[in-house]
Ligand binder design. Structure first.
Ligand SMILES: [Zn+2]
Length: 111
């Protein structure tokens, strides 16, 4: 095997890994979006939830448990921000991944 072939092989493996990473990043972003939307919907349907501290049923929109005073801050990261970020990341990663596949095919398979 010639050195040129070895280099070409390594290039192909690295390019493939980068493309795969982009595709996985895109997939992860879309999963995050779907999960966030799913939780947002299920949370809206159930009007009450059980308190993490005392176990009493409290309103799902309550910021403080009336029974024990446990605070429920409206999420460190808001669902809307997660959805927007997830869609943005999903589109970018998916585009980069698909573009990567295109380049990968042109570069290594269509010779
Ligand atoms: Zn409580």
């Amino acid at each position: 095997m010639m050195l040129k072939d070895v280099n070409g092989y390594f290039e192909m493996v690295i390019a493939g890994a980068v493309v795969l990473a982009f595709l996985l990043g895109g997939l992860f972003s879309w999963v995050l979006v779907v999960r966030t939307i799913y939780f947002k919907i299920t949370k809206q349907f159930s009007k009450t939830r059980s308190c993490d501290t005392c176990g009493k049923r409290i309103s799902s929109s309550a910021l403080i448990c009336p029974s024990c005073g446990q605070h429920y801050p409206e999420g460190a990261t808001s669902p809307s921000a997660l959805i927007v970020g997830g869609v943005f990341g999903g589109v970018m990663f998916s585009y980069a991944g698909l573009k990567g596949i295109e380049i990968f095919i042109e570069e290594f398979l269509n010779k």
